[in-house]
Design a protein around this ligand. Structure first.
Ligand code: OGA
Ligand code: NI
Length: 383
């Protein structure tokens, strides 16, 4: 007994062993739910200060200044669109888009296909269970299971769909007909949004695209099973995205929240309400880096699913450079910073490889990934 405990550290249980046992099932959180668990296992327990406070919404709601903007992309006036994405990218870092040109049927079918994959028998999913990024198509529960301080009540099917899509036979049958099409559609939209965002930074419309910001697309299909004790865990720990831009479709269940400034140095969680047919867009870490902090990669989280019987599904497309082959060095864009002026570069220049190595090693631990790449600013000398 004591030997087991000694291996565990805090909490009085052998955390490492329980993580391994859970991972070895290759059945994810859905496997636990199917086995009828009525209590959330300790590996999923989050520190109390990272869990939603009871009635927090009511307490915070009294002074809600911020909302997640909704932008109608069919709006004919380009200046208005540029103004809209600029305001969102500089503040909450999130916006929703409607009339975005991606067919509603494709979005609905993608969500349905992801649900079917996750709700297939565990034996059908097991062959895809894989940790690390050496496979284009990989299913796992918690990519950072062995790094993060607490696991999340969520399973994920990850597919790298651009620049080189997987062959159809590499994809699980339930998602085979939609995954690549979804990735292509989203990539087209991301290119359009990057044009608006380039202009919002005062750059030529093709500046961000030419930097390779949407060369690669990784699609994370998230499945959040009903949770028997949603007050003890999360669907996703607070984090920022390892992308330039993220495009997300969510079903109607809700649970995604963004950490916003409420003025006076106070911060609070704001719901991203499900909006039928809309896509949720957010600025990722790499766009914050190249924009020298002008655009914000804002922390967000997902609450554990409180439903008794229905899983939540979301599909997030992380637009980035070619994560495997890119050797390009990304730093604050010259025109957006001046080394000797009032706008010094905030971040050091890095490769995607270097960024991702840090992100993966750290896992979702509640800290902002980009802080690691901050340059030390000279302290102003008193005159
Ligand atoms: C993510 C993410 C939010 C959601 O996958 O990075 O933040 O609503 N997902 O699932
Ligand atoms: Ni995210």
């Amino acid at each position: 007994m004591s030997a087991t405990r000694a291996a565990g550290g805090v909490g009085g249980y052998d955390r490492q062993r329980e993580l391994q046992a859970f991972d070895d099932t290759k059945a994810g959180v859905k496997g636990l739910v199917d086995a009828g668990v009525t209590a959330v296992p300790a590996i999923f327990h989050h520190a109390p200060d990272s869990l939603p406070v009871l009635q927090q919404a009511a307490a915070d709601g009294s002074n809600v200044a911020a909302t997640i903007p909704v932008i109608d992309l069919s709006c004919a006036r380009r200046e208005e669109l540029v103004r809209g994405v600029k305001a969102a990218a500089e503040t909450v870092g999130f916006f929703q888009v409607v009339n975005h040109g991606v067919a509603g049927g494709l979005l609905a079918e993608t969500l349905a296909a992801v649900r079917r994959f996750n709700e297939a028998p565990a034996e059908a999913k097991r062959p895809y269970y894989f940790r690390g990024n050496a496979r284009k198509v990989r299913f796992s529960s918690n990519f950072d299971l062995f790094q993060a301080p607490a696991a999340n009540w969520r399973d994920t099917l990850f597919c790298d769909v651009a620049p080189e899509p997987p062959r159809p036979e590499e994809l699980p049958e339930p998602v085979r007909h939609v995954m690549v099409e979804f990735g292509d559609a989203v990539r087209g939209l991301a290119e359009r949004l990057l044009e608006l965002l380039s202009e919002a930074l005062g750059l030529a419309h093709d500046h961000l695209r030419e930097m390779g910001c949407v060369e690669g697309v990784g699609v994370a299909s998230n499945y959040y099973p009903p949770c028997p004790e949603p007050h003890l865990t999360l669907g996703s720990t607070r984090h920022t995205d390892a992308s330039f831009l993220t495009v997300l479709v969510q079903d109607g269940m809700g649970g995604l929240q963004v950490l916003v400034d409420r003025g006076g140095g106070r911060r609070g969680w704001l719901d991203v309400p499900p909006l039928p047919g809309a896509l949720v867009i957010n600025i990722g870490d790499l766009l914050q880096l190249v924009s020298n902090g002008k655009f914000r990669s804002v922390e967000h989280r997902v609450l554990a699913n409180k439903s008794r019987d229905t899983a939540r599904v979301s599909v997030a497309a992380f637009c980035s450079a070619d994560v495997i082959r890119s050797t390009r060095v990304y730093g604050p864009i010259g025109a957006l910073s001046s080394p000797d002026g009032s706008d010094p570069p905030l971040y050091r220049s890095i490769t995607i490889h270097e960024y991702l190595a840090h992100f993966l090693k750290k896992g979702l631990d509640g800290r902002h990934t980009l802080d690691h790449f901050l340059l030390k600013q000279p302290t102003p000398t008193a005159m």
